[in-house]
Ligand binder design. Structure first.
Ligand SMILES: [Zn+2]
Length: 229
C-alpha cells in the first residue's frame, strides 16, 4: 500500500484543480517518494514495507515533571523521512503505521493510563498545515489500544515556533503558559502525552506542566522518535 491511496482527500491544493490539470502537473512534476526519491507517490510501497518492519527499540529518559518519558526509537533510518512526509507532504495515511508503532511500544513498556492527549499545534500553524500530525497518530494509537483520545484537553495559547535565537531563560519564559489544560478532562487522571518527535523535550515539559497544573495524577510521555542530543 502506498499512502497516496489513503491521503487523497482533505484540502491538498492540487485537488482544487480539475482532473486533466492534475494529470498534466503529475506528468511535468511527478511525485517523488520522501523516503527514497523514487518517482511514484509521496510515500512508496517499498518504504511503507520498510517502515512496518522497522524494529521497536524504546528509549527512555528522565525529564521532570514527567512520571516517565519514552520514544519508540532514536531519530533516524526510515522513521525520519516517514515523520517528515506525515508532517510536511500531506501523507496523512502514515499516521496508521506510526500510531500502531506507538501502541506496540506502550504495550511493551507495560503502561496503563486513562487517556491519550496529543501535543496541540498553535491555531496559526494548524491553519497553515490543515491537520495536527500528533493528533492523527494519537487517534490511531487510541483506536488500536481502545483508549480515549482527547485532543481538546490541551490547547496551545501561545505560539512557541520562534524559539530560535533565544537564550535558555528566554526560551523557558516563552514556553511558560504556552499551554492550557481543561481541568474537567484532566483532573484526577493518568495521562499519556504523545508527540511525533522529542529533541530537548522543552515543549513536552511545558505541556506536562500545564497538565499537572490542573491536577493530573500522572503524566507519561511517548514520541515516535527522540533525537540524539
Ligand atoms: Zn520510497
Amino acid at each position: 500500500m502506498s499512502v497516496e491511496d489513503g491521503s487523497g482527500q482533505g484540502n491538498h491544493p492540487k485537488l482544487r484543480l480539475s482532473g486533466w490539470v492534475n494529470a498534466a502537473l503529475d506528468w511535468v512534476f511527478p511525485p517523488r517518494c520522501v523516503g527514497c526519491a523514487a518517482v511514484d507517490s509521496v510515500w512508496c510501497a517499498d518504504c511503507q514495507q520498510q517502515l512496518e518492519a522497522e524494529p521497536i527499540a524504546p528509549r527512555t529518559r528522565r525529564l521532570p515533571p514527567f512520571t516517565a518519558l519514552a520514544a519508540t526509537a532514536t531519530h533516524g533510518g526510515i522513521l525520519q523521512p516517514s515523520l517528515h512526509a506525515l508532517k510536511y507532504a500531506d501523507a496523512r495515511a502514515l499516521a496508521v503505521p506510526l500510531g500502531d508503532r506507538l501502541a506496540a511500544t506502550y504495550r511493551l513498556l507495560g503502561w496503563t493510563l486513562d487517556m491519550i492527549i496529543p501535543v496541540p499545534l498553535h491555531t496559526t500553524r494548524l491553519r497553515e498545515r490543515g491537520y495536527n500530525q500528533s493528533q492523527l497518530i494519537g487517534e490511531r494509537m487510541a483506536q488500536s489500544l481502545s483508549l480515549p483520545c482527547f485532543p481538546s484537553a490541551l490547547t496551545r495559547v501561545r505560539s512557541t515556533a520562534s524559539q530560535v535565537g533565544l537564550s535558555r531563560s528566554e526560551r523557558q519564559q516563552n514556553l511558560q503558559d504556552a499551554f492550557h489544560a481543561d481541568p474537567t478532562l484532566v483532573s484526577g487522571r493518568r495521562i499519556l502525552l504523545i508527540d511525533d518527535v522529542q529533541t530537548t523535550g522543552a515543549t513536552l515539559q511545558a505541556a506536562a506542566h500545564a497538565l499537572f497544573n490542573v491536577d493530573a495524577v500522572a503524566v507519561y510521555g511517548l514520541t515516535v522518535t527522540a533525537a540524539r542530543l
